[in-house]
Write a protein that binds this ligand. Structure first.
Ligand code: ATP
Ligand code: MG
Length: 573
């Protein structure tokens, strides 16, 4: 491609909306453009890199015998009602009506659609196992779209669904996809970690996330160097560490003016935060109760995922409540809520808290707390469970080690769905004896556009993107210093033809621009190999430079071409 003809607009300034490097560089390199919040278009260079990632995915999926199909983004509500997710998916689902007032949604994922296809076309064990996938546009009305392609409202996903006759079959399919994903992300040049994950709204019985390591990732990863535990922070069990048992002391109401936070009350009373308890109040929707109060130790944080799993309600059915607004209904008093004096609300207590003796709690009275609150004697809970977020330095739930925390970008999640969808949607097959059984399913989703952003997040410097060769929009760029100079332009053309004929994807920067502008653009768009044709062209010599390394070396043009061709041939397949 000749850059004089290329549709490319690079930006000199950092766009105001961009907060993290991948978003900045993808915009500045002219790869993506925003339409509205969370909705992006791909420009020629961005589209090419996206296609490279898609090609790697297809290649690895096909190697395992998975078969590509393409389903519609427009999905009828009936299928979602059958699976029970029309309600459960909540406001993230883009819903719409057709002219006949029939309900539809724009697919955020396709379990229902694939289950529907397969239940109509598979009826014998002989057709199993089966793995179908697609690369397709998904829609989610995210609460906080941000970070460009990372969390957008329209995005590209590769979603695969496996259908097996039994759980052993599913284990095998799952293992195969796990390996496939490791191969895909390695080829994309990502440093990643596979971690155990929560099943979330999809349901099922086992799940892993593949996380590209990055300080800007939204996934928190807990790991233990001692036993090899790796899990999302939300999924990890937190070990109870109560203070040693003590004799329960008498309750004592104390005047604690203005101490609304845990830090303030602990400071005021001269006790550690671990000897206090904290109340979190929630409004609950569409259930047979309206409010829930969750109690955890003052020094702990609530793990929202554990809470919604315990209550078995969708995330959108629970929301932090304004304590003042619900005070009359429940007895809560903003900043001074405790378990004694609360009424008409479901009481939920963390498992560590109920073993902790003589705690300070709010008195449900302005400017007052109660000392020596003990579970059992002074209050009871409707539900108790581990509801804590694990923190760095906490004991490992699986061994004697201590856990560490890091961050990653969730580029994919794999789930063992089991028979959740096949049972609710009646997708059955017949075995050798004509007995009917539900299909045992798995699903496997890669965020294709998010993967593109993750690659940039891991591969950039202060000048722009540094594409790994396998996913670069072009492998090489020939920077022609003086297009007017016949010797230079002739050599550049010759090099261009040679590389193109050998299958190298090459750009020829033949623009009438200053060399500085050309070099800056080449660095910004991150082309892995640069060949500069300038003053030494008369001797048939060019400058060879790898974007990742920086230093340039002079080489005879044919030798440089040969080296580029070899590098491209060596891209991992
Ligand atoms: P997250 O926790 O980040 O919201 P998720 O668990 O909702 O992700 P899945 O339903 O498992 O995601 O979707 C499969 C993959 O699709 C994810 O691993 C991620 O890479 C990608 N993905 C999900 N939501 C988005 C989004 N809003 N924008 C871009 N990619 C996304
Ligand atoms: Mg999500």
């Amino acid at each position: 491609m000749r850059m004089s003809r290329m549709y490319l607009k690079t930006l000199r300034e950092v766009p105001a909306e961009a907060e993290i490097p991948s978003h900045v560089w993808l915009l500045r390199a002219g790869m993506i453009r925003k339409l509205v919040s969370g909705v992006y278009g791909f420009m020629p260079l961005g589209k090419r890199s996206l296609q490279k990632i898609e090609a790697i995915i297809r290649d690895e999926m096909n190697k395992k015998g998975a078969q590509e199909i393409l389903m519609s983004a427009l999905q009828p509500a009936e299928l979602w009602e059958e699976s029970g997710r029309w309600y459960a998916y909540g406001p993230e689902l883009f819903r719409l009506k057709d002219r006949h007032e029939r309900d539809f949604c724009l697919g955020p994922t396709h379990e229902e659609i694939f289950t529907d296809i397969v239940r109509n076309e598979v009826d014998s064990y002989r057709q199993l196992p089966l793995n179908l996938y697609q690369i397709q546009t998904k829609y989610r009305d995210e609460k906080r779209p941000r970070f460009g392609l990372m969390r957008s409202r329209e995005f590209i996903m590769k979603d695969a669904y496996s259908f097996d006759r039994d759980w052993e079959g599913l284990d095998l399919s799952y293992q195969q996809m796990y390996e496939t994903y490791a191969a895909i992300f390695t080829r994309c040049g990502l440093e990643f970690r596979a971690v155990e994950a929560d099943n979330g709204a999809i349901g099922g019985t086992g799940s892993h996330e593949f996380c590209a390591l990055s300080e800007f990732g939204e996934s928190e990863i807990v790991y233990c160097d001692n036993c090899g535990l790796a899990s999302t922070r939300e999924q990890a069990a937190a070990v109870d560490q109560p203070a040693p048992p003590e004799e329960a002391l008498p309750l004592e109401k104390v005047y604690t003016p203005g101490t609304k936070t845990i830090a303030e009350v602990a400071g005021f009373l001269g006790v550690p935060e671990s000897r206090t308890m904290k109340a979190l109040l929630f409004q609950v929707y569409d259930q047979d109760y309206d409010y829930a109060a969750v109690f955890i130790r003052g020094d702990r944080e609530l793990n929202m995922t554990k809470l919604v799993n315990l209550l078995n309600i969708p995330e959108h059915a629970i929301e932090f409540a304004d304590e003042t607004a619900i005070g009359e209904a429940t007895g809560a008093v903003g900043g001074f809520t405790g378990p004694i004096g609360l009424h008409d609300c479901r009481i939920i207590a963390d498992s560590e808290l109920i073993k902790s003796p003589n705690l300070v709690a709010g008195a449900c009275e302005i400017d007052h707390h109660i000392k020596n609150v003990n579970y059992g004697r002074d209050y009871k809970a409707d539900l108790t469970a581990d509801l804590k977020l694990i923190s760095a330095g906490d004991p490992c739930p699986d061994c004697v080690g201590k856990v560490k925390l890091t961050r990653g970008i969730e580029v994919d999640q794999v789930f063992k769905l089991g028979t959740k969808y096949s049972e609710s949607m009646h997708a059955y097959f017949k075995d050798e004896n004509m007995q009917e059984h539900p299909l045992v399913m798995g699903c496997y989703g890669i965020g294709v556009s998010r993967t593109l952003a993750a690659v940039v997040e891991q591969h950039h410097d202060d000048d722009g993107i540094i594409w790994p060769l396998a996913v670069a929009p072009y492998h090489a760029i020939i920077t022609l210093i003086s297009p007017q100079d016949p010797i230079q332009s002739e050599l550049a053309e010759q090099l261009y033809q040679r590389l193109a004929e050998a299958g190298v994807e090459v750009l020829l920067d033949d623009r009438e621009e200053r060399p500085g502008v050309k070099f800056k653009d080449a660095d910004l768009i991150g082309i892995p190999i640069r060949l500069t044709v300038g003053r030494t062209a008369a001797d048939g010599v060019v400058e060879f430079r790898l974007r990742a390394e920086g230093q340039s070396v002079e080489k005879a043009w044919a030798e440089a071409a040969g080296q580029v061709i070899d590098m491209v041939k060596a891209i991992d397949k």
